[in-house]
Design a protein around this ligand. Structure first.
Ligand SMILES: [Zn+2]
Length: 205
């Protein structure tokens, strides 16, 4: 290992160790993860903000995937749609005014897909969605900083509290993560073909 790489890992460990949210963080093994990247197979996008980036993700376990306006957003995991917002103007920057889809999974966890384009959401409340299904298009509604991207976050419960978010790994990801499995800001990640969700879900039982 190069010395510069060792130094970077050393400072990363100090950074993680100093933050209460990140002290005990453990990313699941990607190979058995029920999640895939939230965009179509074959596409490549980079991380605009990773976990705990200071601008908009301080103390948050969330990823921002940078994408061109109108890029398709797909379900990272199957489940039931429990909430959508589809009518905020793309120019509306008010906090909370982001068009979004919220999906509840079989283990009661919830995935939050935010900043979608006005009128682009293709699912409705109570719909059952399959992994990889189109949910809507990338936009910049809400506190997006005026930059089109997808905010993706998974929560343990309906509280949607920052401290209730869960670290997520993606089983169809091609690209370099750090030593604890976290995706890195500025890095590109490609969505690879993946197996059916049911196979993975049954393996987890
Ligand atoms: Zn975000």
């Amino acid at each position: 290992m190069k010395i510069s790489t060792k130094i970077r890992i050393f400072f990363l460990l100090i950074f993680i160790g100093c933050d209460p949210v990140f002290r005990d963080i453990q990313f699941p093994d990607p190979k058995t993860s029920p999640y895939v990247l939230p965009f179509p197979v074959g596409e490549t996008h980079d991380i605009f903000q990773s976990y705990n980036n200071k601008q908009g993700h301080k103390n948050r376990l969330a990823y921002d995937f940078s994408m061109p306006l109108g890029s398709p957003i797909t379900a990272s995991r199957g489940g039931i749609v429990i909430a959508i917002e589809n009518n905020y103007k793309d120019s509306d920057r008010k906090p909370g005014h982001n068009n979004r889809v919220v999906i509840q999974h079989s283990d009661s966890t919830l995935a939050w897909y935010a900043h979608l384009q006005k009128g682009s959401v293709t699912v409705t409340r109570h719909d059952t969605v399959k992994i990889g299904q189109l949910l809507g298009l990338c936009g910049l509604s809400g506190r997006s900083g005026g930059v089109p991207h997808l905010h993706f976050e998974v929560f343990r419960s309906l509280l949607y509290h920052y401290g209730d978010a869960l670290p997520v790994s993606f089983r169809n990801l091609s690209g370099l993560a750090d030593s604890i499995g976290m995706l890195l800001r500025g890095r590109k990640y490609t969505s690879l073909p993946f197996d059916d969700e049911l196979i993975i879900e049954s393996e987890l039982k």
